[in-house]
Design a protein around this ligand. Structure first.
Ligand code: GDG
Length: 478
């Protein structure tokens, strides 16, 4: 089999990050490369003065890591600027947070060219190149401009909005149409894939063979749906082991027989953490019998703190936690435990298993791995209940979870009450339904499906694997 060269902004070089950093992309790529010993190429995580950028190469367990430094000015424009103040909000449907600057856009395109130059030096003729996420929309174009004819695939981990929103991106053709230089563009959901197809058909009038195959000059670009999965079996084992360890027991003892609800999210406005806390406040107001009987643990490692919007949401969440705990708390009970530091994966697995319910209520999310990890971590004989936003990509496969509209605080409050009161039989049935679907589409299956579709000579049937049909016993919590 040809060598797979994975490209992503972040590269988790072993022995450097300690493995406790929050971030879905790193979690899935680490897992993919563990099995498919190829090359992992991207940013080194270092910003240096202009002219001092270096490229480093190392090998660990059969994987070659190649990382490039970025100058501070480039990083500001490419990452903090265009990628995270323009593309991230627009792709998460948040036009209100978009800050466009042509200088940042030029920096973004320049850094993509720089990465193409660096990568070129390492490429072999039959390498299969798999590019990840919104930092690198134009990377294939930069590589094609340099004569690269290899198969190049792209996977977007975050949502892709309808054309009405995309066209609010100034000079949108420059970034969006550059996707046509890939052989295969993969999305998390059919909805995301349809949005690109609509953009290409209606906005760009691009000729197509069908809704998933477009003709761009001499090149054919296919669109596919590949929902990201998690390591279900491994995570279940991890949760079973960790649950018995001292730390998990210490947390449980500190709860003094109260039920625990868990939330785990990078600090990001797309995750709806503040709105979720207000829904929990509403729950305490509407269902007073639970006061003193349930503790909500929210684990939220900080991310992108150098961007103003992130500092703003941090402040607003702090205020909400203070208000709820001040109003409802007692000397012997704190309603919300809010923690900003990251925990190890095994600790998270144990905490998931110890929780009666998980609150996963992003306002918009490509997939959301926390939802899937929570399901993997449960004891099937006595599982907790997943409360999941209908706007997370994971909702497609998790129809048997309690699906909620995160903007509707009363509905979320009602779902919390429903989860905590749910009979054991129903909890088991819902858990089993979701667990079975997620086990069929774990992270290994995801990676193999994408690479197979990218390398197969004929266009693959590029639609999503099956989602569970809504079971009749489910009354949606909305
Ligand atoms: C992007 C898309 C898509 C969280 N806190 C800690 C920790 N985490 C881990 C979780 C999970 C991951 O980080 C977060 O994944 P998500 O999927 O929730 O979110 P994003 O980082 O926004 O990821 C997302 C994903 O890419 C994959 O395609 O699902 O929609 O936005 O694995 O467990 N890990 C550790 N300590 C923590 O405190 N070790």
């Amino acid at each position: 089999m040809a060598r797979v060269v994975v490209v992503s902004n972040r590269v988790a070089v072993p022995n450097r990050d300690g493995g406790a950093r929050a971030g879905g992309l790193e979690v899935v790529l680490r897992s993919f490369l563990k099995r498919n010993q190829g090359v992992w190429f991207g940013w080194s995580g270092r910003t240096v003065p202009k002219g001092e950028e270096k490229v480093r190469q190392s090998e660990h367990a059969g994987v070659t890591y190649i990382t490039a430094d970025i100058s501070r000015a480039d990083f500001q424009e490419y990452y903090n600027g265009f990628a995270n103040r323009m593309l991230w909000p627009i792709l998460h449907y948040r036009l209100d947070l978009v800050e466009f600057s042509s200088r940042d856009m030029a920096g973004y395109l320049r850094v993509n060219e720089m990465f193409a130059d660096r990568l070129l030096a390492f490429l072999k003729p039959d390498d299969v190149i798999w590019v990840h996420d919104y930092h690198f929309l134009p990377l294939a174009k930069a590589l094609r401009d340099r004569g690269v004819q290899n198969k190049i695939g792209f996977f977007l981990h975050i949502p892709f909005p309808p054309p009405d929103l995309l066209t609010a991106l100034p000079k949108h053709e420059r970034t969006i149409l550059s996707l046509c230089h890939y052989d295969l563009v993969g999305f998390q959901t059919d909805n995301d894939a349809d949005n690109l197809a609509d953009y290409l058909t209606n906005e760009s009038r691009m000729p197509s063979r069908d809704r998933r195959t477009f003709i761009a000059g001499q090149r054919t670009m296919r669109i596919g749906v590949f929902p990201v999965g998690v390591e279900m079996a491994e995570f279940e084992r991890l949760a079973r082991r960790t649950n018995r360890l001292a730390f998990a027991r210490e947390v449980l003892t500190s709860l003094a027989d109260r039920s625990m609800i868990i939330g785990v999210d990078r600090l990001d406005y797309s995750k709806g953490i503040g709105m979720r806390m207000r829904a929990f406040e509403q729950f305490l107001a509407d269902y007073p019998r639970w006061r003193g009987a349930v503790t909500y643990l929210q684990i939220t490692p900080r991310s992108r703190s150098e961007i103003r919007e992130y500092a703003d949401i941090e402040r607003r969440i702090d205020e909400t936690v203070g208000r709820v705990n001040g109003h409802y708390g007692e000397a012997s009970w704190t309603p919300i435990r809010y923690v900003n530091r990251p925990y190890s994966r095994s600790t998270l697995a144990g905490l998931y298993r110890a929780s009666r319910a998980a609150l996963v209520t992003p306002l918009r999310d490509g997939m959301n791995l926390v939802a899937k990890e929570y399901i993997a971590a449960q004891d099937p004989e006595d599982p907790g209940v997943l409360i999941l936003s209908r706007f997370a990509g994971a909702a497609v496969e998790c129809q048997a979870a309690l699906l909620v509209n995160p903007y509707d605080q009363e509905a979320v409050a009602a779902a919390i009450d429903q989860a905590l009161s749910m009979p054991l039989d129903e909890r088991r049935a819902r858990h089993r339904d979701v667990f079975n679907v997620l086990s069929e589409n774990d992270v290994k299956f995801w990676g193999n499906r994408f690479i197979d579709a990218l390398t197969c000579p004929e266009p693959a049937a590029a639609s999503a694997p099956r989602a569970v049909a809504a079971s009749p016993h489910l009354a949606a919590a909305e």
